[in-house]
Write a protein that binds this ligand. Structure first.
Ligand code: NAP
Length: 203
């Protein structure tokens, strides 16, 4: 009998991608015995009205550069190419149709995003299609989860990732204020950022 596919989908804005994201994906791959992890940069994020997000094409290319050397990682253009705002439920239903009912889908993202899931489009349908893996930064308070409504509705696994002390916001701030980012993200991504003059105005 053919083994069931266990697919990780690493969802994020990746503005920019950094070592925290890469370590989280590798950790999920091993901890949850996944066959591979597909990085899924968002097209137009629904919630990012407070700041301008770097173009999807730049974020997609940085993700490709960062993941190129890992044979267990892939990058999908699905959300980047889909017109309109990005809704995770559309992505997961498309992946379910592509891989069949027997595939096990794991949506990996930051724990702060996971708390909001009940407010996402068609969250009940989404919860039927996949399991969530919430990556937390060190010292993250999980006790709140036990009383939270999310816990009753959504199947969430938590995974502490010390490397997530690195954050995209901090990297953008550092570049904007001319502070170093070396060792926070892959050198080739840093070179891409410099070449394309991204984040210099401190967005
Ligand atoms: P966000 O609010 O920018 O991120 C929340 C926190 O999680 C940040 O600390 C962020 O750190 C971290 N994070 C984000 N993606 C991560 C990842 N893959 N692994 C580890 N940490 C991660 O979140 P977002 O990027 O907008 O959204 C996350 C995912 O949820 C995306 O796939 C998005 O499409 C989906 N989403 C869907 C809906 C919907 O369907 N209605 C609504 C909101 C979000 P960094 O800034 O360092 O990444």
């Amino acid at each position: 009998m053919r083994k069931k596919l266990r697919l990780g989908i690493m969802g994020g804005t990746f503005d920019p991608i950094h070592y925290g994201h890469l370590v989280a994906a590798e950790e999920a791959l091993v901890q949850f015995n996944l066959d591979r992890v597909v990085f899924m940069p968002t097209g137009i994020p629904v919630r990012k009205t407070h700041r301008s997000v770097t173009s999807a094409e730049h974020r997609y290319l940085m993700t490709v550069i960062a993941t190129a050397s890992n044979p267990d990682f892939e990058v999908s253009r699905m959300e980047v190419d889909r017109p309109g705002a990005t809704y995770t439920v559309d992505t997961m239903l498309a992946l379910r149709a592509q891989h069949g009912a027997s595939a096990e889908l794991y949506f990996i993202t930051g724990a702060d995003a996971v708390w909001e899931i009940l407010t996402w489009k068609d969250s009940e349908r989404l919860a039927d299609v996949c399991t969530f893996i919430a990556a937390t930064r060190p010292g993250y308070d999980l006790s709140r989860f036990e009383q939270d409504e999310v816990a009753r509705h959504i199947n969430v696994e938590f995974m502490e990732v010390p490397a997530l002390a690195i954050s995209s916001t901090d990297i953008r701030d550092r570049i904007g204020s001319r502070r170093p980012v070396r060792y926070l993200l892959p050198e080739a991504v840093a070179a891409y950022i410099a070449k394309n003059d991204l984040y210099r105005s401190g967005v």
